[in-house]
Design a protein around this ligand. Structure first.
Ligand code: FAD
Length: 562
């Protein structure tokens, strides 16, 4: 048994990083591999029970699939059609929990399903489906459904094809920010005592008596240094890398059938939809979404088997054409073309392998199992159900610990259901609007309304900490790039409070410049890298290398253009 680690810090200054690396050498009860939403959720759950926890992420938090999802917290009507009642029930239950834990990050989003004469599904079928969907959430949907007329549908989604429109049911699910959900879950885990070691790769397992895994060799990616960590149990939460991680133990074990999902982003003015529009692709009938996203709208997703290198996954020209064919079918008059695309992202679904079904039909249910070497692996599932899934994984880890007679500390019951994530604490009664109003008023003369709104929706009540930074040091209120609301304080806060260590971390995951800026944040790299150099003590070469690394990421997302 080891005692919970002393670790409340989530800063990335050199001294703090060194202190973190010292803690990495200590024995722990649970060592988690992977800092996506699942690893973060498991760390939060395990730490909340009183276990000592080390989470190792080889890149940045949410670097993998957890920054590349459709950003929905939803049950998914489509899964109902596939008969996945259990998954839908769990998802809509978790949706209600997450809205409470992170009201700034999980917010109501309308879904319009335009139904055309002579096409499937029929209006009565969809209406019954929505009724069952709402019943499964015990009628606690964010808002009740209703059916829009053609005129109402056209008003809510200008340019929508209304010829032969039978009706357009409007029901509600939730939108989220997948990266920030992962970040805030990790920060909460750190506050509960977990050590969150980013840029720390697990290289191999260490085995003890009977061939059981009793720890790992980990490498500090930024310095190259390695350490052996002893752990009561090791949890593999590496998403699309699951098989790679398993093969450190038993080569050839195969769990995952990765499928690629691509999204494209266009300025909101090109597709000014008030709600998400759910479309059936004219080529193959697959379900796709056109999703409003503040100053932009994104469209996704594709779903195709993928066999390349995980790190190289990106949109192809065929993916973009496929998505735009759906847009022009549903929005013929808007004439959205490849030239309108601001950015793209591509992610890999870590779906559980099942050889004889098509990509879209592979189950989204998770698989949790302990292998003969005692490693607990979790894969599959959805962002939406991560909290509940984490609870099951930690239960499984405790079973594995008791089988090897490992003495755990006296444990508390998990309580991840009621305690808000950091930005959801002390949330005002009036919700998000009240928070934005308060921040705008308090920020007058320091930040403008657009920045106040961005900070409120990104950081929740922690936005006041960023405002305090600007009030103390007005230059931190400077915009990162012209015409956009992101400010320098986000770089300072990202490094000192949210473990940002590279320019990519800031431009792609602490802000969304990579996705939303017309030049994908390339004009902001000087400001970002300059501030990071001051905070992290980078040499000019290191600074140039980090900027180049970000430029390479932008080039990867634009590869479809060549
Ligand atoms: P990841 O986020 O991929 O995390 C795994 C992490 O492990 C990575 O960060 C990686 O760097 C790290 N790692 C790997 N190997 C090592 C190592 N050796 N040492 C240290 N670290 C390592 N779900 C929803 O609920 N709603 C949606 O709208 C939705 N849309 C989706 C759309 C797409 C296109 C895709 C692909 C998925 C979508 N999902 C959605 C599913 C959801 O995004 C995933 O289930 C979830 O993000 C998986 O998280 P994870 O933590 O398992 O994996």
């Amino acid at each position: 048994m080891t005692s919970p680690l002393e670790s409340k810090t989530v800063t990335h200054t050199p001294a703090e990083r060194e202190a973190m690396w010292q803690r990495v050498g200590q024995d722990v009860d649970v060592l988690i591999i992977g800092g996506g939403i699942n690893g973060a959720g498991i760390a939060r759950d395990a730490a909340s029970r009183g276990l000592s926890v080390l989470l190792c992420e080889k890149n940045d938090l949410a670097y993998g699939t957890s920054s590349r999802s459709s950003k929905l917290v939803h049950g998914g009507l489509r899964y109902l059609e596939q008969g996945e009642i259990g998954l839908v029930f769990e998802s809509v239950t978790e949706r209600a929990v997450l809205m409470k834990l992170a009201p700034h990050l999980v917010t109501a989003l309308g879904f319009i399903v335009p139904i055309y004469k002579g096409k499937k599904p029929s209006l009565p079928l969809i209406t019954v489906g929505i009724f069952v969907y709402e019943a499964l959430s015990l009628f606690r949907s964010p808002k009740p459904h209703r059916t829009l007329s053609a005129v109402e549908a056209e008003r809510a989604a200008p340019g929508l094809r209304i010829d032969k429109l039978n009706g357009a049911p409007l029901y509600y699910d939730c939108a989220t920010d997948d990266v920030r959900l992962t970040l805030e879950t990790s920060i909460d885990a750190a506050e509960k005592g977990a050590t969150i070691a980013t840029w720390t790769e697990v290289e191999s397992f260490v085995r003890g008596a009977g061939g059981l895994v009793r720890g790992c060799v980990v490498r500090n990616v930024l310095t190259g240094e390695t350490k052996t960590v002893n752990a009561g149990v090791v949890v593999n939460a590496t998403g699309p890398w699951t098989d790679e991680t398993l093969s450190m133990g038993k080569p050839g074990e195969r769990w995952i059938r990765p499928t690629k999902g691509v999204h494209l982003v266009v300025p909101f003015a090109r597709l000014p939809v008030e709600h998400c529009v759910a479309c059936f692709h004219p080529d193959d009938g697959r379900y796709l979404f056109v999703i409003p996203w503040g100053d932009h709208t994104y469209v996704g997703t594709t779903d195709t088997d993928y066999a390349g290198a995980i790190e190289d996954v990106c949109a192809s020209r065929a993916d973009i054409d496929y998505l735009l064919r759906c847009v022009s079918h549903y929005f013929p008059s808007r004439e959205v073309t490849p030239a309108d695309v601001t950015s793209t992202w591509a992610g890999l679904r870590p779906l559980i392998a099942a050889d004889d079904v098509s990509e879209s039909k592979v189950s989204r249910e998770e698989k949790i199992a302990v292998n003969p070497e005692g490693v607990v692996t979790v894969a599959g599932g959805k962002l939406t159900t991560y909290r509940a899934m984490a609870e099951l994984v930690v239960d499984k880890a405790l079973e594995a610990l008791s089988l090897r007679n490992y003495a755990t500390p006296k444990l508390d019951a998990p309580d991840t259901k009621n305690e808000p994530l950091p930005g959801g604490r002390s949330f005002p009664e009036g919700g998000h609007d009240a928070l934005t109003k308060q921040l705008t008023e308090e920020g007058e003369g320091h930040i403008d309304a657009a920045t106040a709104s961005l900070l409120a929706s990104s950081y929740g009540t922690r936005a006041f900490e960023l405002l305090a930074l600007v009030k103390t040091e007005p230059a931190l209120g400077n915009k990162l790039t012209e015409g956009r609301p992101e400010i320098l304080a986000q770089v300072r806060y990202g490094v000192t409070q949210e473990l940002a260590a590279t320019v990519c971390d800031i431009a792609m995951r602490r802000t969304q410049l990579y996705y939303r800026d017309t030049n994908q944040g390339l004009d902001a790299t000087a400001a970002i890298a300059g501030e990071m150099q001051r905070l992290l003590g980078w040499s000019d070469e290191e600074k140039a290398r980090e900027v180049a690394r970000y430029e390479a990421e932008v080039a990867l997302s634009r590869r479809w253009q060549s």
